[in-house]
Write a new protein. Sequence first.
Length: 458
Amino acid sequence: MPNVTFEKTGNVSGRLDVAITKDELNEKIVAELKKQRGKVSMKGFRKGKTPLSTLRKMMGNQILSQELDEMIKSSLFGYIEENKIDLIFSPQPIEDESMPMLTATTLQDITFKYDLALAPEFEIKMPTKTFDRYVLKTDDAFIDEQIERVLKQAGETEELTEGKVEKEDILDVVFKEVGPLEDKISNETKLYVDSLSDAGKKLVTGKKIGATIKVKDITAIEKDSTPAYVNKYLLGLEDAETDISEKNFEMEIVSASRITPAEMNEELFTKFDPTGEVTTEEQLRARIVADNADGFNRQGIMMANFEIQRELVEDNDIELPLEFMERMHNEDKESDSSFEMFQRGVKWMLIRNKYAEQNEVKLEYEDVKAEAVASLMGMLGGQRPDFLTDEFIDNYVGQMLKDEKQSQELSSNAIEKKIIADIRGKVKFADKELDADGFNDLIKTFNEENAPAASEEE
């Protein structure tokens, strides 16, 4: 058996050597050659009588590679398991230029060396602060606005080429550059009047369909507009950086689409909910509250989860094998995260796993099934069609779990959600109500502040 030695080189680092003698290698090779000899039929020799020296030259190097790999794996991981060495990454081989080049005919004693990243010892410090948990404010004004939207979505659309522009029309317009140039900019696009800036609404509302209007500042037509946005979406320019500050434009209102809202009746209820569960305005209002609150409140929980995770990572002092990790990070060509993000991810993994062990949070089949169903429902836009029976779901989950990659991803997501849900039950929250606009602004700000920084190469 190979000789394995272990040495701690720091609190969270170690080294493990696997020493294999040439006699051990030769014994393994000879044993395998004897097995193979009985199967080999070679010209000039009776079957099973080919000399071992000939076979060694023919297939010895392949056998050497296989036997070395098996001896290293069994010795390395056998020692780690037997001695209960807790690692956070797989052992990494140490490059050694003095290591001899082995062949089946030139065997030598050889030692394989590995760096180890040892799991740090720490106690989890749970957050004591009170976290904000944002929930949607669903007052009558909000519900009325959503009812109006439902009626419009179910309404009839009329295409108009004459008349005057009203405040909720959808306009087909053409922006044209004004001036003596031959190669002038011209682009057809759509404008949603109710989404324009105050200046944009004033520019078009009440104007005749078919009219051509001079545009003093094209960047002021839509809310929160930028020159790059104008270039791409209003003017259709391939280069978003084109300077248009010195150019003059006019806008032709070609046509308008106007929606006549549907009536609050049985036909509307059926369109809104084909299952027949919504049959009255009261039920419609209740469903709107539930549907909108569910989506926003899940975003609120997601943001709270992020803050809890950040607090745990930043408030727990955990020693990491940084030199080992930096080498791993540098060698990972597929990674697009910074080393700092990598460290935070490792700290969270350690905290998460330790929390699950201490609090007996275990992954069950139903957790993985729920994650698979959530994934499927996401692909179907959140709706459950009639074909999505319990039998279909069970078959779907079974097929997903047969795929190793999908199974690992589902299991990882499911245990992550289960752990963070358990942690949520042990911290304090203060609910804060926000209307839909305030919630959307918060989500936008949150995403901007917490988006991973782009790499320098990008």
